[in-house]
Design a protein around this ligand. Structure first.
Ligand SMILES: Nc1ncnc2c1ncn2[C@@H]1O[C@H](COP(=O)(O)OP(=O)(O)OP(=O)(O)O)[C@@H](O)[C@H]1O
Length: 243
């Protein structure tokens, strides 16, 4: 199914006596690329994991349209691709298994080949995954995420370790995926990347949404002190002291 607007209401996630998410509320459009930015520890990765279903909040909820999202196919790509010590194609096959696809063997092979072709690794299917470069490994992680045909693609700093060329290749893929109708939510500290990719921008600070709007508007003229502090690269306490 296509993802309907994602409504995040009052998410609380407590760990170690601290509220990592402290009433996070946001409404995210059903299409396009949403970027989430904010200082270290703001709760961005936890938010992505809750959206993926990997973590459960202590309070609050996420709704996809009217439902809780059981029928929304989700895939999460991490900063460091967690690949198994096997061939490139075996790694992609894991993504099909996770998507619970009831396909026959030939159809599975076709889907895997198509996903590898999509990320430019069509001729590397039999290679050991560990032989790939960092950028190729991240493209492989994307192929594994895409092979199940996700409605919602969650990306957690997917290019943090990559050089500009490899970053551009991933950005191109992400843009294409969003244009084809997959909803993308991207966590990134790379504000250039946010400016290149994002339609809307959600700024988190200490477990709350402090600003959310069209990406270019938020980047150019943030309205809140917290968003300004983060976007200008200032230390938060300096900015608050000055505010
Ligand atoms: N599964 C978990 N269990 C317990 N604590 C967690 C878990 N995941 C994250 N945390 C804690 O929650 C806090 C926020 O983490 P999170 O990774 O969401 O921040 P972030 O905004 O993504 O930061 P960064 O920019 O550094 O990646 C951290 O203190 C982290 O240790």
């Amino acid at each position: 199914m296509a993802v309907t607007p994602i409504v995040i209401s009052g998410l609380v996630f407590r760990r170690g006596g601290r509220a990592v998410l402290d009433g996070l509320t946001a409404s995210i459009a059903a299409t396009g690329i949403t970027a989430i930015v904010g200082p270290n520890g703001a709760g961005k990765s936890v938010t992505l994991r809750i959206l993926d279903g990997l973590l459960q909040p202590d309070a609050g909820e996420v709704r996809f349209g009217r439902g809780a999202g059981a029928d929304v196919r989700r895939a999460l790509v991490f900063q460091r691709p967690a690949l198994i010590r096997a061939s490139v194609e075996a790694n992609v096959a894991l993504g099909l298994a996770a998507a619970g696809s009831g396909l026959g063997r030939a159809a599975r092979r076709e889907r895997i080949a198509a996903a590898l072709h999509r990320v430019g690794l069509g001729d590397r299917a039999r290679d050991p995954a560990r032989k790939l470069s960092g950028g190729e490994q991240q493209r492989l992680a994307l192929a594994r995420a895409l092979v199940g045909g996700p409605d919602l693609l969650l990306l957690d700093e997917p290019t943090a370790n990559l050089d500009p060329g490899a970053t551009e290749a991933i950005e191109e893929l992400v843009r294409g995926e969003a244009a084809a109708g997959t909803k993308v939510i991207l966590v990134s500290h790379n504000l250039g990347q946010v400016a290149r990719l994002a339609d809307d921008l959600l700024v988190l600070d200490r477990g709350r949404a402090v600003e959310h709007g069209p990406a270019q508007a938020v980047l150019q003229a943030p309205r809140t002190a917290e968003a300004r502090a983060y976007l200008k690269g200032e230390l938060p306490w300096t900015a608050f002291a000055a505010a």
